[in-house]
Design a protein around this ligand. Sequence first.
Ligand SMILES: *[C@@H]1O[C@H](CO)[C@@H](O)[C@H](O)[C@H]1NC(C)=O
Ligand SMILES: *[C@@H]1O[C@H](CO)[C@@H](O)[C@H](O)[C@H]1NC(C)=O
Ligand SMILES: *[C@@H]1O[C@H](CO)[C@@H](O)[C@H](O)[C@H]1NC(C)=O
Ligand SMILES: *[C@@H]1O[C@H](CO)[C@@H](O)[C@H](O)[C@H]1NC(C)=O
Ligand SMILES: *[C@@H]1O[C@H](CO)[C@@H](O)[C@H](O)[C@H]1NC(C)=O
Ligand SMILES: *[C@@H]1O[C@H](CO)[C@@H](O)[C@H](O)[C@H]1NC(C)=O
Ligand SMILES: *[C@@H]1O[C@H](CO)[C@@H](O)[C@H](O)[C@H]1NC(C)=O
Ligand SMILES: *[C@@H]1O[C@H](CO)[C@@H](O)[C@H](O)[C@H]1NC(C)=O
Ligand SMILES: *[C@@H]1O[C@H](CO)[C@@H](O)[C@H](O)[C@H]1NC(C)=O
Ligand SMILES: *[C@@H]1O[C@H](CO)[C@@H](O)[C@H](O)[C@H]1NC(C)=O
Length: 769
Amino acid sequence: MGFGCTFKELAVLVVMVTLITTSVAAQAKPGCQSDCGNISIPYPFGTRSGCYISSDFSINCNTSFNPPKAFLRTSDIEVLDISLDGSLRFIYNFFMGHDCYNSSGRSLQSDDGFIFRKFTLSHTRNKFTAIGCDTIAYINGFSGPDSSNGFFKAKNFSTGCLTFCGDVDDVINGSCSGIGCCQTAIPKGLNGFFFNFSSPQNHSYVLRFNPCSYGFLVEDGAYNFHRSHLWDTNFGKNNYPVILDWTIGNQTCEQAKMDLKNYACKQNSDCTDPENGPGYLCKCNPGFQGNPYLSYGCRDIDECETQKPCYEFGTCHNTPGSYNCSCPEGFVGDGWKNGTGCRRIFKLQDRESFPILVVTLGIGLSIGLLFLIAGLWWFYKRLQRRKYIKLKQKLFERNGGLLFQKKMYSNEGGLDKAKLFSSKKLEIATDQFNENRILGCGGQGMVYKGMLSDGRIVAVKKSKTINEGYLEQFINEIFILSQIDHRNIVKLLGCCLETEVPLLVYEFIPNGTLSHLIHDQNEEYPRSWDIRLRIAAEVASAISYLHSSASIPIYHRDIKSSNILLDEKFRAKVSDFGTSRSISIDQTHLTTQVLGTFGYLDPEYFYSSQFTEKSDVYSFGVVIVELLTGKKAVSTFGSQEKRGLVSYFMSSMEENHLLDIVDAEIGKDDQKDEVVAVAEIAKRCLNLDGRYRPTMKEVAMELERLRTRQGDCIPINQLKQAEVVVRKSTESWDFTSFSTEHYPNYSITSTSKSDVHPLMLESNSLQDL
Ligand SMILES: *[C@@H]1O[C@H](CO)[C@@H](O)[C@H](O)[C@H]1NC(C)=O
Ligand SMILES: *[C@@H]1O[C@H](CO)[C@@H](O)[C@H](O)[C@H]1NC(C)=O
Ligand SMILES: *[C@@H]1O[C@H](CO)[C@@H](O)[C@H](O)[C@H]1NC(C)=O
Ligand SMILES: *[C@@H]1O[C@H](CO)[C@@H](O)[C@H](O)[C@H]1NC(C)=O
Ligand SMILES: *[C@@H]1O[C@H](CO)[C@@H](O)[C@H](O)[C@H]1NC(C)=O
Ligand SMILES: *[C@@H]1O[C@H](CO)[C@@H](O)[C@H](O)[C@H]1NC(C)=O
Ligand SMILES: *[C@@H]1O[C@H](CO)[C@@H](O)[C@H](O)[C@H]1NC(C)=O
Ligand SMILES: *[C@@H]1O[C@H](CO)[C@@H](O)[C@H](O)[C@H]1NC(C)=O
Ligand SMILES: *[C@@H]1O[C@H](CO)[C@@H](O)[C@H](O)[C@H]1NC(C)=O
Ligand SMILES: *[C@@H]1O[C@H](CO)[C@@H](O)[C@H](O)[C@H]1NC(C)=O
């Protein structure tokens, strides 16, 4: 069973209840008593003349009872309920027939008869009931008024039932089915009857508990049999409700309708022929309710209110006697709850719903799209970030980061000095490696000026891709450099390995290079002899420190004026430890043994490929000559062809006109001795045979002594030896000629405006040396 069906049943029930309750109110004729006690008296019944349709329908309301009791006509028939469907419930005292016995036989028998004149006993709703244990009970019935004499004539029929008990224990409470109690239907159209009993055994064998037989008419279902009733001597005083059928007149509907004057059925009602007996009944038409016997008694039912038959969006239309449902505009369906209901229709051409549809769709789509884009963007960003981190890690590893870390953890010192910078930090520091920040540009890479977040100004050197074979050396070198702590050596602050090319971070030295100081025409540069001497001493001290004082000997291998930086007080800072060597190897096509800057290169190293500490001494000699002469290492000297400064200087020394070639700004009278002394040192440093060159320590000490004006103490014999060697090899010093002949590439590179041509610093070879 579906829910809908249950609902229908419920609805029907509701309708019925409503019908009954509304039928209770205002059912009497206007101005007539409508109730007696709590019993309503609808027309055609009434309590006085003019209020009932005929005297048969008169009700005697006896108010001496409380509550008042209604009696039919003047009889003792007490009316309990009147229904306009043509029935009436009543009770009647002494309505029960009985037949009692004592040991001497029948002691008492009722012989009452009952006549109901106009009305008949309902054959559908009443039952003839008898109780007893030795009982035959029946009624002899009357039907219909005798038209001849106006009195009732007995119709020739009888009906009844018989009941025996056997034993009292066989009697079942509540079951009226032949043992102790029996029931039977009555014929239709019964106006009156009388009882008749007989007892085959005179109740003799059951006298003990059942002296009497009882018979009575009762509304079906209103009597509930109980065993104790069998020996209850007062049972006969009970009365049970009985249903009486009533009709209007003695005509059929067909006849009644022709007699319009007396026709009882009023507006919106119709006539029905009841099945029991003559007369007719009136009934309100479908969709109406009320009293059909009263003028306008049948009133329209507002089904929309009572039934609510329409779908929630549907509109209910109540019409006289009917109703229907419909859907509002913009909906389809029949509007009925039990039908197709109402469904909204979206028509694109509908002026009202179209914009709503478009706006709704638009908003929905935009929001969806927004979320989609946001999601994709987020996903893309994550992917990018992951890729970036991976790349950085990869670069870090490729650039020797793991080796670096290993060293960092195993190495006792230098750990805090060789610092790893993140690529991001350096990018910020150099403003994304902005072109404006470029300090210098060389074959090996760029040097950018940067500012760290803590305010320190640094120089960031961005070298080109390094050969993976040199990674270990590269890292070693960073470590070595980071351990160097000398006030005339540029400090390496750290490096960054996460980038495509490794980045080196140095302290920033503001005043350019020594090369600039010497060769620039800028008048503001202090170029006095004192400063030159101090710079020479400082550089010598730095190189000496590298050679001897650092934990392992370090050869600079690319000492030249452009690699010597000057700080704010024009103090020398040796820089460029050739960290970008792989590039120089590849680009210059030189073997690893011979590297350096043309003009500063030790010829002995050039020929033997053996780099010694004396090679650095040679290069330093060239720097001294530069300081003395103010000329470039390779340039044009006077009318002579372009050639090396060294050969020019050596020949000048030999020809004893040193003072002619020294810079015009120096060589004043009081400086002459010092200039000559320094030139002598340079000469010694430039000895072709490395063995006769002094060590850097000696040079540094002598320069320092000169600077503090402690005098000159170069051993004479040593000087002479050097002279011999120099003289022998003067001819071979023309670098320009041999380099252009044998190493055209190198020549081009070296004469380019790049001043960054670092030497290699190979820790392995350093140790071998
Ligand atoms: C009238 O009242 C009596 C008791 O007061 C009750 O038993 C009876 O059912 C009522 N009748 C109707 C029709 O309400
Ligand atoms: C009402 O009933 C009482 C007692 O049965 C009776 O005496 C009286 O005559 C009755 N009244 C009418 C108007 O029938
Ligand atoms: C039986 O009932 C009759 C009539 O009432 C009576 O005359 C008779 O005495 C009763 N017999 C006995 C034994 O009670
Ligand atoms: C009961 O019926 C019998 C015969 O069946 C008859 O003799 C007797 O008179 C009837 N009694 C009454 C009260 O009608
Ligand atoms: C009942 O019908 C029978 C025959 O069918 C007839 O002899 C008898 O007189 C009728 N009795 C009455 C009371 O009409
Ligand atoms: C019938 O009802 C009575 C009283 O309620 C009870 O004593 C008796 O046992 C019942 N008998 C049966 C068979 O139920
Ligand atoms: C019943 O009683 C009547 C008289 O009252 C008597 O004629 C009849 O024989 C009795 N029947 C039985 C079976 O005792
Ligand atoms: C119907 O009843 C009227 C009086 O109420 C009477 O004159 C007429 O003869 C009856 N007709 C029939 C068929 O019983
Ligand atoms: C419902 O009733 C209204 C009012 O009487 C009427 O206009 C409409 O056509 C009816 N609709 C249907 C479907 O019967
Ligand atoms: C719905 O129910 C009403 C009465 O409740 C009936 O008149 C109507 O025909 C029903 N419609 C359908 C589609 O069942």
